[in-house]
Design a protein around this ligand. Structure first.
Ligand code: PMV
Length: 327
């Protein structure tokens, strides 16, 4: 058996279709060039040792029979533990392991470090244990892990971490279709506020239970936008795509998931000449995205900075899961 593997997986940004994708509608997600690195070593004893210096965890020790029981661990580490549990429910693991994770980006941005570290842990363990897994099998185990830890989610972030690129995705991986896109002229602005995705998903569930018909109609309208964007994004018809971003944002506002900060950054980008702008992800904070012509990017960046946002430099359509193993 190999005794060491390093897996890297990309973070992601949602382009179209957030929230509706939790309810059997499609979305479009793109992998970004900021990655999570997960290194796994097999140990001769039975210990499980986790290092996640980015969230202040050093040499956290446990054993297979004890992991998953400490609720005080930082979020990233809970995903690593649950990923190990999901893996060992399915496959035999006799060795101990050491897991070390490192992010290219701050977990604050909402780029999906939890999904990327989950993918890294399960892909790494299967490589070390010589278990052949298709991308879809890997997706299913990772999705199960995410649901165990946070209870809700469509799994779009897992698909982005595994496949990379830009993907048309339907809830739970019912459809995972890579689109041929390339990097996109999108400016990303961070609001400075960390959003809690599960509570925003629950908020939408609550609104849906009270206004079922109208919320379902909003989801259907979002699905139409996603389907149109799927055609336009491959043709790189950015002006039309920008309009669809604005329409998508208007519908997200109806779901009450935008915020004043997001709205201000979105308005500022549009005024600075972006084709269109919207929040990206659960809303409430995290990041907004603005699609613009190449010659407007600097103006849009300046507008975001002046309005109190922080421009985050990312490339889109980045490579999926990558494995480097050593003997
Ligand atoms: O907050 P993010 O970037 O993880 O995006 C959440 C997107 C939702 O559609 C709201 C939830 C999901 O799992 O699809």
């Amino acid at each position: 058996l190999k005794s060491n593997v390093e897996v890297t997986a990309p973070g992601k940004l949602m382009l179209f279709g957030e929230h509706a994708v939790v309810y059997d509608r499609p979305c479009i997600v793109s992998a970004v060039d900021q990655r999570v690195h997960t290194e796994i070593n097999l140990l001769s004893g039975g210990k499980i040792i986790i290092n996640a210096p980015d969230v202040g965890v050093t040499n956290y020790e446990s054993t297979l029979s004890h992991i998953g029981k400490n609720n005080n661990l930082p979020k990233g580490v809970r995903f690593v533990e649950q990923a190990i549990i999901t893996f060992t429910d399915e496959y035999h693991l006799t060795n101990g392991i050491r897991v070390e994770t490192r992010n290219d980006f701050s977990a604050e941005f909402g780029f999906g470090s939890s999904s990327a570290v989950t993918v890294g842990t399960i892909a790494g363990l299967s490589e070390l244990m010589k278990i052949k897994m298709s991308k879809k099998q890997l997706f299913n185990l990772c999705y199960k892990t995410i649901l165990k830890v946070q209870g809700v989610g469509s799994g779009f972030d897992i698909a982005a971490a595994i496949w990379g690129g830009t993907i048309y995705f339907v809830t739970g991986g019912k459809v995972i279709k890579p689109l041929n896109v390339g990097d996109l002229p999108i400016v990303v602005g961070y609001t400075g506020v960390k959003a809690d995705t599960p509570s925003l998903v629950r908020k939408v569930a609550d609104i849906r239970s009270k206004r079922f018909e109208s919320v379902e109609k909003i989801f259907d309208d979002i699905a139409k936008i996603v389907k149109k964007s799927k055609e336009l994004v491959s043709k790189r018809e950015f002006e039309e795509l920008g309009k669809l971003m604005n329409e998508n944002q208007a519908l997200l506002k109806k779901l009450s998931v935008s915020s004043n900060r997001l709205d201000r950054l979105i308005d500022a980008s549009r005024q600075a000449g972006a084709y269109g702008a919207k929040l990206s992800g659960a809303g409430g904070g995290d990041c907004m995205i603005a699609l613009c012509s190449e010659d407007r990017m600097k103006d849009v960046e300046a507008a975001i900075n002046i309005t109190g946002g922080k421009v985050v430099d990312v490339k889109f359509d980045s490579e999926g899961l990558k494995m480097h193993s050593r003997l």
